[in-house]
Design a protein around this ligand. Structure first.
Ligand SMILES: [Zn+2]
Length: 142
């Protein structure tokens, strides 16, 4: 039975929901080694068979930061500064996201992170990896 992992940014402007049949241990948590994720202490997770929703309660609060290969939008609340996850639109229009478990209500249930090293990936390789790993997602703006 699917569970919905809910969360959101510190100020409440942006909420997160990850619907997944997996337990926190099965989902696992990744610690990316880039300087942005390290600086935020981010711990991300995704489920390719699940569904993610990023919902705005206040218009205009979602900032999409870009760096590196610019292959994804880095989702940051422009009010409280929370790093919520990353998102990209695939060529068929389907969105995919990985979410920062630090902002889940159930953050404490997730296991220790495994280290991920993505340096040296090509933009195409990065997109293919994410298509097979990240969660189909929608951003519900207002
Ligand atoms: Zn916020």
């Amino acid at each position: 039975m699917a569970r919905i992992y809910e969360g959101g940014c510190h100020c409440g402007a942006i909420s997160l929901a990850l619907e997944s049949a997996k337990s926190p241990a099965e989902l696992g948590v990744r610690e990316c080694d880039c300087s942005f994720c390290q600086g935020h202490g981010a711990r991300t997770t995704s489920d390719n068979a699940g569904r993610a929703t990023i919902r705005l309660a206040e218009a205009g609060r979602l900032n999409r930061y870009h760096f590196g290969l610019h292959t994804a939008d880095i989702l940051v609340c422009n009010n409280c500064g929370a790093y919520l996850g990353a998102y990209f639109d695939a060529e068929d229009g389907q969105g995919y996201a990985t979410l920062n478990t630090r902002y889940f209500a159930a953050a404490g249930e997730f296991p220790a992170a495994s280290q991920s090293h993505y340096q040296g990936e090509t933009a195409e390789g990065r997109t293919q990896r994410r298509l097979g790993l990240w969660t189909p997602a929608v951003i519900e703006d207002i």
